[in-house]
Unconditional design. Structure first.
Length: 84
């Protein structure tokens, strides 16, 4: 969703910046230009940034490469269909 129409900054852009270590809203404004034109989006942009910074520590601890992937054969998933 677009948060800042003036600079075309989305919530995903803000989340990515937070994940990549953007430390403050001022820094975010410097990087993305969010809330630097008309200012209408300032409150929502701050809230979005704060939310992603708060959950960033949880996401940073998750190692997606350590997740075990299991492949289940399609006939094992539905035993009744495998026989028929």
């Amino acid at each position: 969703m677009i948060v800042c129409i003036c600079r075309r900054v989305s919530d995903r852009d803000i989340a990515r910046a937070a994940r990549e270590g953007c430390a403050s809203f001022d820094e975010l404004q410097g990087e993305l230009g969010v809330a630097t034109a008309c200012g209408t989006c300032r409150d929502f942009a701050r809230e979005t940034f704060a939310t992603h910074r708060a959950c960033g520590a949880e996401v940073a601890r998750f190692d997606c490469h350590a997740v075990e992937r299991r492949v289940v054969p399609s006939n094992a998933a539905l035993p009744g269909l495998a026989a028929g």
